[in-house]
Design a protein around this ligand. Structure first.
Ligand SMILES: Cc1cc2nc3c(=O)[nH]c(=O)nc-3n(C[C@H](O)[C@H](O)[C@H](O)COP(=O)(O)OP(=O)(O)OC[C@H]3O[C@@H](n4cnc5c(N)ncnc54)[C@H](O)[C@@H]3O)c2cc1C
Length: 465
């Protein structure tokens, strides 16, 4: 065999798997159909969206938030081309970083579309149609996901856009309709609202951020409404028509009722993502899938010996860090080690302003499962550092098992929540209790003191409230 491992797809799942496997002494080749490495996350997902979220937040702060701090600047001017360049430069630096890591770890990369012709055999089709066959002991499918489409709605990436088009609009739309109040819709809606668009979000369910703790959802909805978001919850988009350079969406109540028309310059379809397994040859090979999801066991093995799968293409949340953990785990399993992912401690972050972060169970989950739990909550209005920075929106909520005090979930709405959630995640990884967290000394003044106070609140002994 020429290789120990062929990885198909160079997203966060695939490239991390390749690096870990190379560290463990395997000879690895990665097949990627795009010209750049890094997958959805680095090219058209996490990284460009965070570059635009940061830049648009700076634009908004310059306009509204600095004067009360005594920093008086003139009305900010938007240079959208420069903002897009910042995004593109950020993407390029990250993508080139993966290429550097491949070189450093002696990982070969082949550009082209991979198809599994047989166990241990991948045929790579290059752009010019040329084919090359690679052989290895094991194959890891890490082909990720693609945008889920609205039936009957054609995405042209200029007026009717997916997240990809919404990351590269040539001008700020006067009006933007976002279909779907999930993470991607709220993040990209936030970017364009901060830059001046009127944003209407249409969501089929009667709440935003489905799947997250419902108290968090309610509070975030209020905060986003204060920022100018117009939510049409429990509504569905039944038709989208292009009208010259604009677009008209027909919406109706999810339960049926009177139709209404919404007009906009751009409509963003952000109803979710689906696993991407096109032309991989899985059906011919007999790899079991369900609703497009590649079925794997606890060791990421499919039903076909020697074929494994990780990341967005398998069950679980579609998150880059979840894919990365699975990449490490499967590489270690292939090397005869005990690779493992603890799905109970996979954090999730929404990079709106303020940020929203969670790990573990929500109150809704615990109620549904009939688990007896205690809640500790602490608002940022009572945190000194938050006041000093005028970032008092939001709260920390810690959920602990009523009998054992073990922390089962943590939910944070607030400035820097995406960073703060790491301490609850580490605690949960070690099976820690609310008492452990509450007795840990936290630097003062920091936002993280709110996490400690929420943990103390589980036993009703928070100090500063
Ligand atoms: C706008 C947006 C923002 C996001 N923000 C975040 C965030 O902030 N945090 C977060 O955790 N997640 C975020 N995500 C989700 C994240 O991008 C995905 O969960 C992650 O990229 C999944 O990694 P993966 O390795 O499974 O697949 P992908 O990153 O999708 O990579 C799969 C790769 O496989 C390649 N490929 C597919 N088929 C073949 C084939 N047959 N042959 C060769 N190559 C193939 C593709 O070209 C692609 O490069 C975001 C997604 C989007 C769209």
């Amino acid at each position: 065999m020429a290789y120990d491992l062929i990885v198909i797809g160079a997203g966060p799942g695939g490239y991390v798997c390749a690096i870990r496997a190379a560290q463990l002494g395997m000879k690895v080749v990665v097949v990627e159909k795009s010209k750049t490495l890094g997958g959805t996350c680095l090219n058209i997902g996490c990284i460009p969206s965070k570059a635009l979220l940061h830049a648009s937040e700076a634009f908004e702060e310059a306009g509204h938030a600095m004067a009360p701090l005594g920093v008086v600047v003139g009305p900010p001017e938007l240079d959208l081309a420069a903002m897009m360049k910042h995004k593109d430069d950020t993407v390029a630096a990250n993508v080139n970083g993966v290429a550097f890591l491949f070189k450093k770890n002696k990982i070969e990369s082949v550009t082209g579309e991979g198809r599994i012709a047989a166990p241990g055999k991948v045929v790579v089709k290059a752009e010019d149609g040329g084919e090359r066959t690679l052989e290895a002991k094991a194959i890891v499918i890490a082909t990720g996901s693609d945008v889920a489409r609205l039936p009957g709605v054609e995405i042209d990436e200029t007026t009717v856009v997916s997240s990809t088009g919404a990351l590269s609009l040539a001008r700020v739309p006067k009006k933007l309709i976002v279909v779907g109040a999930g993470v991607i819709g709220l993040e990209l809606g936030s970017v364009w609202r901060r830059l001046g668009a009127e944003v209407t979000v249409v969501e089929f369910l009667d709440r935003i951020l489905p799947g997250m703790d419902s108290e968090v959802g309610k509070q975030v909805q209020r905060l986003l409404e204060k920022q100018g978001f117009d939510f049409r919850l429990a509504h569905k988009v039944s038709k989208v028509e292009k009208t010259g350079s604009a677009v008209k969406a027909t919406i109706e109540p999810a339960a049926g009722g009177e139709e209404k028309a919404l007009e906009a310059d751009v409509i963003l379809v952000a109803i979710g993502r689906r696993p991407y397994i096109e032309r991989l040859g899985l059906e011919a090979l007999g790899v079991a899938t369900e609703r497009g999801i590649v079925m794997v066991d606890d060791h990421f093995a499919t039903n076909v010996p020697g074929v494994y799968a990780i990341g967005d293409v398998i069950r679980g949340p579609m998150l880059a860090h979840k894919a990365q953990e699975e990449g490490v785990a499967v590489a270690e399993i292939l090397a005869g080690q005990a690779g493992h992912v603890n799905y109970a401690a996979v954090p999730s972050v929404v990079y709106t302003s303020p940020e929203i972060a969670s790990v573990g169970k929500s109150e809704d989950d615990l109620k549904a499962a009939g688990v007896a739990y205690k809640v500790g909550k602490f608002p940022f209005t009572a945190n000194g550092r938050a006041r000093a920075m005028r970032h008092t929106d939001g709260f920390v909520k810690i959920l602990a098992d009523a009998a054992t005090d073990r922390v089962l979930g943590a939910h944070i709405v607030g400035f820097g929540a995406g960073e703060l959630i790491a301490e609850a995640t580490v605690l949960m990884e070690f099976g820690g209790s609310a008492e452990d967290l509450g007795r840990t000394c936290h630097a003062h003044p920091t936002m993280s003191e709110a996490v400690k106070e929420a943990a103390l609140g589980v036993d009703k002994r928070a100090i500063h409230i």
